[in-house]
Design a protein around this ligand. Sequence first.
Ligand SMILES: [Cu+2]
Length: 126
Amino acid sequence: MKTLAKLLFVALLGAGTLHAAAFEKVASSNAAHVTLTSEKPLTPGNNTMTLMIADEKLADAQVSIKVFMPAMPGMAHMEEMIEAKNLGGGKYEAEVNLSMHGTWQMQIVITPKEGKAIRVKTSLNI
Ligand SMILES: [Cu+2]
């Protein structure tokens, strides 16, 4: 996204929500919708991300995240596994370390107390 468009987007988010998030994205599969937010824009390094899962059955689950960037010329495959902290009420928090600029693939695995694990995929551009 161009810088001006990004600034506009952040300004709109700020105007439209009570708690402005600099970053917001919804990751969806057939089985779950996960709203990812960060109070600060995503940057190389550590990012504190909140995951909201609006489904009662998934409110008290185990949530793990894999972020990875496939190998590219001059760079080996990069990958990190993160266990999200359960904050209750369908809210989870994770420290996501993105070690460089570019497009990161993200896989969120939600394992409920009962039933099968759900996998939700998305990507992050930083
Ligand atoms: Cu890379």
